[in-house]
Structure formats: structure tokens, C-alpha cells
Ligand binder design. Structure first.
Ligand code: FE2
Length: 210
């Protein structure tokens, strides 16, 4: 628990600098949905960290990365597989699609799918959108959207970071396109995902790539 708390404090603290900027700038070039697809057997796999444990230092230290990938994320995957073992038919759809219809998941595994499925998808995306020596302001369509919605990239960063600081306890900050089609900054608690509210957080990435 101490590490979990520390992790988010690090993220929030670092988000005033390079972390938020580089993660976002990198995200727009990567189709994140594809990285969390299930294996053909229907068993969810822990994706390998796409870089060394110390790749994100000095923003996130190697110990924190190793702990969150090898322990936290691995536990999410193991617990998710245990829950889905009770309902083999739920192993066929993607985890994202399970999150999108979380209220229809059988009640005896719903909380587990929510927490562990959310943890798996959120962490997989996080590993993928970060990189060493990333950064730079976004360009093209996403830059236009940010400027139009938030005024400037600096204003967007400020609001994004304020949203993170304002989320009590642990959670995530997102840039999403809401159901009205507008872009906005939202936060979710713990391992919840905007996908659980029917918001197309990943579709933003796909649309911009198209
Ligand atoms: Fe984590």
C-alpha cells in the first residue's frame, strides 16, 4: 500500500513536468487498444514492459516500475483470469468490451472484473504510452483540438495536472471525448476507466490516427 500511494504521488508530482506532456504526446501516435488484446486461448497475459525498468528515471524509479509491473499488474492479470474462469464465455470478448458493459457482468465477478480488468487495461496503456526521452508538444489534429478546447497546450497541462491533484486517493486522469462529442479532462478513482461510463477514451486515439 505504501508503494501504491507513493506511486501516485510521484505521478502527480511529476505531471507538472515532463511526464504528462511526454505521455500524452506519445499516446497520440500509438493505437492503445491493440496492445491489450487477449491471447487466442482466452487467457489474459501480462504484457512485457516495453523498456527497461529504469527507462523512466528520474521521473519514476526502477523499483517502482518493477513493483507495479511485476507485482501489481501481474496480480491484476492473475485475479482477472481467476474471475473469468467461472464464465468461460467471457474470455472471448476483449477486456475493454467487458469494461464497457460492466453492469452486465455477473454480479459474483463484477467487482473483480472492474478492479482487475480496469487495472490490466489502465496499466497496459500506461506502459505503452510512456517512453524514455519522450516529450514535445503535440502537433496536428490533437494540437488543434487542445487549443480549441483548452485555449493552449499550457492551459491544458495546467488543467490536467489540477485534475490529478484534486482526485482524492489513487486514480487516473484522462483526456476523453465525451458522449456529446466534446473533449474534456476527467478523473476516475482507483482502477476505474472511462470505458465503464461508455466514454470512448481510446477512440480518441484511433480517430486521430485515421
Ligand atoms: Fe500501479
Amino acid at each position: 500500500m505504501m508503494l501504491n500511494r507513493r506511486y501516485f504521488l510521484i505521478l502527480l508530482g511529476a505531471s507538472t513536468g515532463a511526464l504528462t506532456l511526454e505521455s500524452f504526446a506519445f499516446a497520440i501516435n500509438n493505437p492503445i487498444l491493440d496492445v491489450v488484446a487477449q491471447s487466442a486461448t482466452g487467457t489474459v497475459q501480462l504484457p512485457p514492459l516495453p523498456y527497461a525498468y529504469d527507462a523512466l528515471e528520474p521521473y519514476i524509479d526502477a523499483t517502482t516500475m518493477q513493483f507495479h509491473h511485476d507485482k501489481h499488474h501481474a496480480a491484476y492479470v492473475n485475479n482477472l483470469n481467476k474471475a473469468l474462469d467461472k464464465y468461460p464465455e467471457l474470455k472471448k470478448p476483449s477486456i475493454e468490451s467487458l469494461l464497457k458493459k460492466i453492469n452486465q457482468i455477473p454480479s459474483d465477478i463484477r467487482t473483480s472484473v472492474k478492479n482487475n480488468g480496469g487495472g490490466h487495461v489502465n496499466h497496459t496503456m500506461f506502459w505503452q504510452i510512456m517512453k524514455s526521452n519522450g516529450g514535445g508538444e503535440p502537433t496536428g489534429a490533437i494540437a488543434n483540438i487542445i487549443n480549441k478546447t483548452f485555449g493552449s497546450f499550457a492551459d491544458f497541462k495546467k488543467q490536467f495536472n489540477e485534475a490529478g491533484a484534486g482526485r482524492f486517493g489513487s486514480g487516473w486522469v484522462w483526456l476523453v471525448r465525451n458522449k456529446r462529442g466534446n473533449f474534456e479532462i476527467t478523473t476516475t478513482a482507483n482502477q476505474d476507466s472511462p470505458l465503464m461510463e461508455g466514454i470512448a477514451v481510446a477512440r480518441l486515439i484511433r480517430t486521430l490516427l485515421a
